[in-house]
Design a protein around this ligand. Sequence first.
Ligand code: PEP
Length: 244
Amino acid sequence: NNNRKPFVAGNWKMNGNKALVSDFLSNLPANNSVDVVICPPSLYLSNFDNAAFALGAQNVSEYASGAHTGETSLAMLSELGCTYVIVGHSERRENHGESNDIVASKVKAVIEAGLTPILCIGEPLEVRESGGVFDYVKAQLDAVANECGKQYISQSVIAYEPIWAIGTGKTASPEQAQEVHAFIRQELSKLDANAAQSVRLLYGGSVNAGNAHELFVQEDIDGGLIGGASLKVQDFTTICQAAS
Ligand code: PEP
């Protein structure tokens, strides 16, 4: 009952090796009804020539080039065939000092380079328990809107990932996830009503082959950002099929 194409992205985080790359290249079936993206460690992007799916990076520098030891630029990612970049994953926000402002600068840089950001937002457990989820998520969205203007809505994919559900095996219930997704779409529609109807909103947080379907059938959940379960080609295949 909407015409948003389902979207499933796998975030390998700092996992995998050349053998896993080969496994995915050989065994992940093409799926024309879902946009499928694999986000391996950037070092392996060049091993994914001729993949039946799109490629994403897990992070990028907000700067174009220069004295930024250890960083990767958008031009480099682009040259390796990468078309998506995860921006503002909670692990980057929590462990690598990425503030809302830095995340916003990165979203802007990704869009200006012609790639698509997968913008991650989501609250920690104490915010969920104190009832502050909507305010928290709104502040994360507002930071990006202030930096990029409303155009970011039509050019991004947004992943709602409650931090308490990431890598914990504790999934948000379909109702909990849908409630926040509906709020996000409503907030976006205040800036651009049409773009808000077409932007893909992903759920992330302990999605697996068994629970993907009940999450993806929710009205405002258009797919998922998958961590642990994206490291097994069979599970990831099942999750992609659950989105179609
Ligand atoms: C993630 O890293 O974005 C994620 C959702 O991880 P997991 O699926 O392992 O919870």
